[in-house]
Design a protein around this ligand. Structure first.
Ligand SMILES: O=CN(O)C[C@@H](CC1CCCC1)C(=O)N1NCCC[C@H]1C(=O)Nc1ccccn1
Ligand code: NI
Length: 183
């Protein structure tokens, strides 16, 4: 099982690389990786297991974070209606998004970042994410709220982008507003 020792931390160049697409249909090796990533998230959200194995609770994980530069992500989170979003996706990409931008009030963190980096992280309020599931099916996930934010955080990892890259340098707490460009 994956534990925190498997999570690479900032400074490791792999977090700044572009991860490579996995071959489709997904091969056994990649399916195994995806399953272990999802398992880690479930374990990390189980108080007994998190304590027993000293896991930091995670709602998402990207393959580069376990030292493998492949385009595989796992998400295990709830939306504000309490609906569970539990997915492992191969080669995920945002195929459409809202103009509207949102952000987590408390800012974001990262299991690969052992420090607090305050500030609002602008995210699209709604996204459609296309990817391939462990079963080999292509899905288009229409997401908003927390799931939308988590998927965007994970897909950024596949392109070597860390959450703090998106925080406004001048004023980290400027609420990211959607500027409709004046034509
Ligand atoms: O790339 C993936 N990662 O780095 C794990 C991150 C991913 C989330 C950060 C913001 C959006 C996606 C993660 O899950 N965390 N970041 C560090 C703190 C703990 C944890 C977290 O935010 N937990 C949480 C948040 C809301 C509700 C419940 N739990
Ligand atoms: Ni992260």
């Amino acid at each position: 099982m994956l534990t925190m020792k498997d999570i690479v931390r900032e400074g490791n160049p792999i977090l700044r690389e572009r991860a490579t697409n996995v071959e489709l249909p997904p091969q056994q090796e990649d399916i195994q990786i995806a399953k272990e990533m999802l398992e880690f998230l479930k374990n990390s959200q189980n108080p007994e297991l998190a304590q027993k194995y000293n896991l930091r609770p995670g709602v998402g994980l990207a393959c580069p974070q376990i030292g493998i530069p492949k385009r595989i992500i796992a998400v295990h989170t709830q939306d504000d209606q309490g609906e569970l979003y539990s997915y492992a996706l191969f080669n995920p990409k945002i195929v459409s998004h809202s103009v509207k931008v949102t952000y987590l009030e408390g800012g974001e963190g990262c299991l690969s970042v052992d420090r607090d980096v305050p500030g609002y992280v602008p995210r699209y309020a709604k996204v459609t994410v296309r990817g391939t599931t462990i079963k080999g099916e292509q899905v288009d996930l229409k997401l908003k709220g927390m799931p939308a934010i988590v998927f965007q955080h994970e897909i950024d990892h596949l392109d070597g982008i860390m959450f703090y890259d998106r925080i406004n340098k001048e004023n980290p707490f400027t609420p990211p507003s959607t500027v409709i460009l004046n034509r």
